[in-house]
Ligand binder design. Structure first.
Ligand code: PLP
Length: 358
């Protein structure tokens, strides 16, 4: 039976990414060696790194003066690298979900600055994105999470504030155009929308670096990685190769505008069914905050007992990974760039058939 991959992360990748990475693992560039068995300093791997950087910049239309890095440590390590590199006195954070909260916690734990939480929807279990807050004009930066993977809310546009912005785009990178010039740093774990787990992408504005007075440990200092082209230490070569394959795919498919069109189309289909179906309801209370990437829904109160049955029913029909995160419950269909709309249709068919049965 065909599997429909709604996993939240690691998650679906383009077929080309999986197939070409598998080939390179067996035989990289007809060298007779696996990509896992060669030096990261080999010229053929340097070419992979160079092309990945160049394509990343091209597809996201990144202006001059920015570097693209491929690092280890996950988005979780960026939570501490960001304040190390950019917080001199004060940083502002928007608390919209589990990951946003974790990012804020790391900044708060460092002794060299004050962290201001400008707004939070935590008390309401993050079912909406707070609006109408003020960002202190003397903050070194404003940090936010564009897509809240666990709660299924998303900020679909670049925010407008009076200080430089930093964003965690782990789960919606390359799903829409971004005005990178508004940010000093954009980062994310690559395992949601770009590559196999193990690599973190960071876009950093070069002239925003080197402005803090405290010591930054070498590995946490973005300048180290900018200067060495992400090769200060051994980079995660296989995930970077996977990222390159996805970047080539993205370009061939029509780039971020096309990804945005597909994401909207999938989201309209699935939210349409959630709102129509007698058994289900969406968890996000504000319609404009509904994520295109992670679509969260539960069963209406009167049908709550049917949740395990629907989970089993969906699994029998080939749906993978639709169980909701434990902090939300119910269901979450992650619809990343590589997910075909046929998979969304298959889930909708399943929901309709289940409705008929009950
Ligand atoms: C998955 C995720 C993270 C954590 O990423 P790691 O690479 O596992 O550290 C952080 N932020 C967001 C928005 C995520 O979706």
């Amino acid at each position: 039976m065909k599997k429909h991959n709604f996993n939240a992360g690691p998650s679906i990748l383009p077929h080309e990414t999986v197939e070409n990475t598998a080939k390179a693992i067996l035989d990289f560039n007809h060298s007779g060696l696996s990509i896992m068995e060669i030096s990261h300093r080999h010229k053929d791997f340097q070419a992979v790194m160079d092309e990945a950087e160049a394509l990343f910049k091209e597809i996201l239309d990144i202006p001059e003066g920015y570097s693209v890095l491929f690092l280890g440590g996950g988005a979780s390590l960026e939570f501490c690298m960001v304040p190390y590199n950019f917080m001199e006195k004060k940083a502002a954070y928007l608390n919209t979900g589990t990951w946003a909260n974790k990012a804020e916690k790391e900044a708060k734990g460092l002794a060299f600055g004050e962290v201001v939480e400008v707004a939070s929807s935590k008390a309401d279990n993050y079912v909406y994105i707070p609006k109408g807050y003020t960002v202190p004009a003397d903050a070194d930066y404003f940090h936010y999470t564009t897509n809240n993977t666990i709660y299924g809310t998303e900020i679909h546009h670049d925010l407008e504030v009076n200080v430089p912005m930093v964003a965690d785009m782990s789960s919606d990178i390359f799903s829409r155009p971004v005005d990178v010039s508004k940010y000093i740093c954009i980062y994310g774990g690559a395992q949601k929308n770009l590559a196999p787990a193990g690599v973190t992408f960071v876009i950093v504005k070069n002239d925003a670096l080197g402005k803090v007075s405290h010591y930054i440990p070498t590995m946490l200092d973005y300048r180290t990685h900018v200067e060495k082209g992400s090769m200060f230490n051994t980079p995660p070569v296989v995930p970077i190769y996977g990222a390159l394959m996805t970047l080539r795919w993205l370009k061939a498919q029509g780039g971020v505008k096309e990804m945005q069109r597909r994401a909207k189309e999938r989201a309209e289909m699935l939210y349409g069914e959630i709102d129509r179906n007698r058994l289900f309801r969406g968890t996000v209370t504000c319609e404009e905050d509904r994520s295109y990437m992670n679509i969260c829904f539960i069963m209406k109160d009167e049908y709550k007992d049917l949740e395990p049955e629907f989970a089993a029913f969906a699994a029998e029909h080939g749906m993978v990974g639709v169980k909701g995160h434990r902090s939300v419950g119910g269901f979450r269909a992650s619809c990343y760039n590589a997910l075909p709309k046929e998979s969304v249709q298959a889930l909708i068919d399943c929901m309709q058939e289940f409705e008929r049965k009950h």
